[in-house]
Design a protein around this ligand. Structure first.
Ligand code: SAM
Length: 281
């Protein structure tokens, strides 16, 4: 045995150790939580926007625009976009209004991928990005006129608490608007969605984006299904109401593959109204 500290085993014994490969947090359970959120997006930032567009058949931009439309309906002056990634929704909001927008995300590399976009002349100086966690936002109560988030709730340990934290930062009368993937409710479309997410998505992801996107392709479908098994749509609505939102509405987009929700912060909690499904599109 070597006398040097830190070398307890001779080389030959190391060679006899069975090879151990760390489980891949993207495809080995659990499917949610901060370590998963960090691991999933580790290799994605460089091509995130382009591949998200391709793999959703161009739907995700349309869905983000719908969120931005709801968030800007009240002509907000200051907007917070949580889980902003490369700032897609933040930019869509800024493009529609003269609002200042703050984008917050857990992953610094995702934020860095958005920097060239937020420096574009049309929005320069109006979109600022900061590292931060959705469940512990670094802002005082009632700071923002509108708050948006997209593709976030599958990653957090406690979706209801995270919604409450975002509503805390919203001024009374302000709008919360969100986008999440969803499971199509109609059986034939659900079967097609299942086939796409379980079989085609990993393959297309791997071809277009390499190993990191193959892993994400494998992760995405089970993560969406698991999320709605634990938190059906009705529980999302309940969480929004419990957080003090009223005039809650939602649209199932593109045959149910996307869920856009919106609501208004009540002047006082406890006055939440019923959720109204929109027309869908
Ligand atoms: C699929 S991306 C969506 C990015 C962007 N919203 C969009 O529409 O393209 C999900 C983002 O959520 C972020 N995220 C996950 N959990 C988070 C948390 N607890 N707090 C803040 N950001 C989080 C990830 O870092 C990632 O950038």
């Amino acid at each position: 045995m070597s006398g040097r500290r830190g070398y307890a085993l001779p080389a030959v014994e190391h060679a006899c150790e069975p090879a151990w490969v760390a489980p891949n947090p993207v495809t080995a359970g659990p499917l949610r939580g901060e370590p998963v959120a960090r691991a999933v997006f580790d290799g994605l930032p460089a091509r995130y926007d382009r591949l998200a567009y391709l793999l959703s058949f161009g739907q995700d931009r349309r869905w983000r625009r719908a969120v931005a439309n709801h968030a800007t309906a009240g002509a907000p002056g200051l907007v917070l976009d949580v889980a902003t990634g490369p700032a897609g929704v933040a930019l869509a909001v800024a493009a529609r209004t003269g609002a200042d927008v703050v984008g917050v995300d857990l992953n610094e590399p995702m934020l860095r991928a958005g920097l060239p976009n937020v420096r574009r002349r049309s929005v320069r100086g109006r979109v600022r990005l900061a590292a931060g966690r959705a469940d512990q936002l670094p802002f005082p109560d009632a700071t923002f006129d509108a708050v948006t988030f997209s593709y976030l709730l599958r990653y957090v340990d406690d979706p209801a608490a995270t919604i409450a934290e975002m509503v805390r930062c919203l001024r009374p009368g302000g709008t919360l608007a969100s986008l999440e993937f969803a499971v199509p409710p109609q059986p034939a479309w659900r079967a097609a969605w299942w086939g796409y997410t379980r079989l085609l998505l990993p393959v297309l992801g791997g071809i277009a984006g390499g190993p990191a996107w193959y892993q994400v392709g494998r992760f995405l479908g089970p993560s969406i299904s698991e999320h709605y098994r634990r938190y059906p749509l009705s529980s999302h609505v309940t969480a929004w109401q419990a957080a003090g939102l009223s005039a809650i509405g939602f649209d199932l987009m593109s045959l149910g593959g996307g869920l856009v929700m919106w609501g208004r912060k009540s002047p006082a909690t406890g006055t939440a109204g019923q959720a109204v499904p929109g027309s869908g599109s």
